[in-house]
Ligand binder design. Structure first.
Ligand code: NOJ
Length: 550
């Protein structure tokens, strides 16, 4: 049996987690200080977003040095202490590896710019097309075109993200060798997990051509060579160890590729993040738009990934929240009237599925989108680019702000709400991003609803450790077309775990199949009063309940 199916991973966004130096930015010491909190919650591994030296144009995903620590976050001594203390709390560290691109401040890019051909081959440089057009018509994922002028040469460099994030040339074996050194460096420091940033876009087509759709994703996403590269990465680095957990962040991937990335026989990764279920409120596929979420589509996507990955022996990372997503409770529920029910229902839906659950800082206390009215309160580069593009399209300021309030990545990046003190106890200085103004009600120390949500998460995390059916059970949906309830069962060694999740306010009911009614049903966990299973099972606002049937 795999070693990690009973584990839960917590994601801390170091910049916004806990600041001990008073510079307004969270730090490694701050993470160490909160290990008892994480240990009490019961998580097994802690994923930290990048804390390497970086100009911070994309909050550290623009890495200027892969094997050092940005002084803003602390020192080597702080890091070593964090590893040691984490071990004392039986928590392993997972680091974020951003191997698709470097910051243009990285030494490699700087040498390349200065004319060093060895390093020029580290990046993807092309000349303009004969007609003077850019090398290809591909778009950057952060808006605008994916090519920018390479110094004062007649070449352009590829950047699928910000102009200061230059894509690396994985076709060059020297690049791969350097990157494997980086991963090995951190393995030797005692790191036990890696989250590989946008790892499925590292293998660009060898011959780069204009894309028919003018966007270009198919020319670099899930190309066959990516699997070769990941197998090589595995073999040269973490695959040499027994107990390393890896997760690949996959941009626009498919179930078929998801299986390939995570089937243990293929020696690629432990699991993957896919994002299709978090695009169900994109109007015509456009993130920067407003639309109520499509519940049937949400279920059908989750179901497709649950079934497809199980069939191919792949493994899903389970999540609603991360540093790139608006807060899911603000998005899929009612945080004004049903904060406890919303947060716990979403949590239970996620934690009892087949896969590995991730908890993003603050979700365990019901933190919400901050609803900043002022554009200047947002820091995120993607948000500011999107604002410009919306204005160019003729969208008025007020409407653009309504969209940003719902969609900005800063929604989840506001400082962690520890207590009622100024800046929610996150910092004694000026925070780099404003704290949400609901911190007096929502915080770890005095927030009453927060504490109830936290205790519910604790129970869910413990249940996974205790119950093989949650770790290994088969998954099957019930009444997939039900308009307000997502019901599924997990089956294992003659037992059934029945999980019923109601995503709306108005009371609703679901018919329990007879084959399940004849069994002995034990109430396991729920977010309202204790329930008994009955044929016409009524559910209240955002109710969630699970029964164990024998
Ligand atoms: C995905 C990361 O999660 C996101 O924050 C970042 O902007 C992009 N990758 C580019 O590295």
């Amino acid at each position: 049996m795999s070693t990690f199916h009973d584990k839960v991973i917590y994601q801390a966004y170091p910049k916004s987690f806990n600041d001990t130096s008073g510079n307004g930015v969270g730090d490694l010491k701050g993470v160490t200080e909160k290990l008892p909190y994480l240990s009490d919650l019961g998580v097994d591994m802690l994923w930290l977003n990048p804390f390497y030296p970086s100009p911070q144009n994309d909050n550290g995903y623009d890495v200027a040095n892969y094997t050092d620590i940005d002084p803003m976050f602390g020192t080597w001594e702080d890091f070593d202490r964090l590893v040691e203390e984490a071990q004392n709390h039986k928590i392993d560290l997972m680091l974020d590896m951003v191997l698709n691109h470097t910051s243009t401040d990285h030494e490699w890019f700087q040498k390349a710019l200065a004319g060093d051909e060895y390093y020029q081959d580290f990046y993807i440089l092309r000349e303009a097309q004969e007609d003077g057009n850019l090398p290809t018509n591909w778009e950057s994922k952060f808006g605008g075109k994916a090519w920018s002028k390479f110094g004062d040469t007649d070449k352009y460099y590829l950047h699928l993200y910000d102009v200061t994030q230059a894509d690396l040339n994985w076709r060059n074996p020297k690049v791969r060798e350097e990157l494997y050194k980086v991963v090995n460096f951190w393995l030797e420091k005692g790191v036990k997990g890696f989250r590989f940033d946008v790892i499925n876009v590292i293998g660009k087509d060898e011959e780069m051509k204009d894309a028919d759709d003018g966007v270009g994703k198919s020319h670099y996403t899930d190309t066959p060579i990516v699997h070769d590269y990941i197998q090589e990465l595995n073999k040269e680095t973490f695959g040499k160890y027994e107990d390393i957990i890896t997760v690949g962040e996959m941009s626009s991937t498919t179930v078929e590729n998801g299986v390939k990335y995570s089937n243990p026989d293929r020696d690629e990764l432990s699991m993957i993040f896919s994002f299709h279920h978090l695009k169900v409120d994109y109007k015509d596929g456009e993130k920067w738009s407003l639309m109520p979420f499509d519940f049937i589509k949400l279920k059908s996507i989750l179901n497709e990934w649950q079934e497809g990955m199980a069939e191919g022996d792949g493994w899903n990372a389970l999540f609603w929240y991360n540093h790139d997503q608006p807060r899911a409770n603000s998005r899929f529920g009612d945080v004004e009237n049903y904060p406890f029910e919303t947060s716990t229902m979403l949590a239970q839906t996620n934690h009892l599925l087949r896969g590995t659950p991730y908890v993003y800082q603050g979700e365990e206390i019901g933190m919400t989108n901050p609803n900043f009215d002022d554009l200047d309160d947002y820091v995120d580069i993607e948000t500011h680019n999107a604002y410009k593009e919306m204005k160019e399209k003729g969208i008025e300021h007020e409407e653009a702000m309504e969209i940003i309030k719902e969609k900005s990545r800063d929604n989840s990046r506001t400082p962690m709400q520890w207590n009622e003190a100024e800046h929610a106890g996150f910092t004694t200085g000026e925070p780099w991003l404003k704290v949400a103004d609901n911190f007096k009600e929502i915080n770890t120390e005095t927030g009453q609803t927060s504490q109830r949500i936290y205790n519910y998460y604790k129970k869910l995390i413990q249940l996974r450790k205790d119950m093989p059916i949650i770790q290994e059970g088969d998954y099957k949906a019930l009444e997939l077309n039900h308009s307000s309830i997502f019901a599924y069962r997990r089956d294992y060694k003659g037992q059934t775990l029945l999980v019923l999740n109601h995503f709306y306010e108005e009371e609703s009911s679901i018919t329990i199949p007879d084959e399940l009614l004849g069994l002995d049903a034990k109430y396991l966990i729920g977010n309202r009063e204790e329930r008994t299973l009955e044929k016409e099972f009524k559910m209240g606002a955002y109710e969630t309940v699970a029964f164990l049937l024998n």
